[in-house]
Write a protein that binds this ligand. Structure first.
Ligand code: CUA
Length: 184
């Protein structure tokens, strides 16, 4: 038997005390740096005033929408009366989507690729979801409120759109398509 072979009865070799301490110190250092960065980013956003708005101001410039709120029974008095793609006088594009048990309006949404689109989503009745497969679009559609986001589709194609909040007996049928047309 050579010297390097170990017997079962040999004591387990112990790690060097000092090398363990070094590893612990490195971990502690990483944690300290992360805590500092997190604190500084929170502090910086507080100072600069870029923390998330709590005043529900989304869509405040839309007719019939006040402080991001609207009456779900009076959608006819808002741009949601004509769901779909709208072009503003300055050329920017808005998209209005209404969720309603158990369908999306417009039934099939056509939008252009390569252009910034500002979506406004609201519900005509109960809570629904608006989730576009293969993208990070996933908003909750709340009656009386306007959800808004801006996105640009880089690729033309057909995107399945589903309701991902249980909204009633037809929830599973609440599926539609968004067709992103190639840029002209
Ligand atoms: Cu609408 Cu689920």
């Amino acid at each position: 038997m050579t010297k390097s072979q170990r017997h079962l009865t040999d004591p387990v070799p112990r790690l060097e005390h000092h090398s363990l301490e070094q590893i612990e110190n490195i971990w502690f250092g990483i944690a300290a740096v992360m805590s500092f960065l997190l604190f500084m980013s929170a502090f910086a956003s507080f100072i600069s005033g870029t923390y998330p708005g709590l005043n529900g101001a989304s869509g405040h410039h839309l007719a019939g929408v006040v402080n991001g709120r609207l009456d779900p029974k009076l959608l006819a008095a808002t741009p949601f009366a004509k769901p779909g793609l709208h072009q503003n006088p300055d050329g920017s594009l808005d998209v209005f989507v209404v969720t309603r048990a158990f369908q999306f309006e417009p039934a099939v949404l056509h939008v252009p690729a390569g252009k910034p689109l500002t979506f406004y989503v609201t519900s005509a009745d109960v809570l629904h979801g608006y989730s576009v497969d293969g993208t990070n679009i996933n908003v909750t559609s709340v009656p009386g409120q306007v959800a808004s986001f801006t996105t640009t589709f880089r690729h033309a194609g057909t995107y399945n759109t589903v309701c991902n909040e249980y909204c009633g007996i037809g929830h599973h049928n609440m599926v539609t398509r968004m067709i992103v047309d190639p840029p002209q």
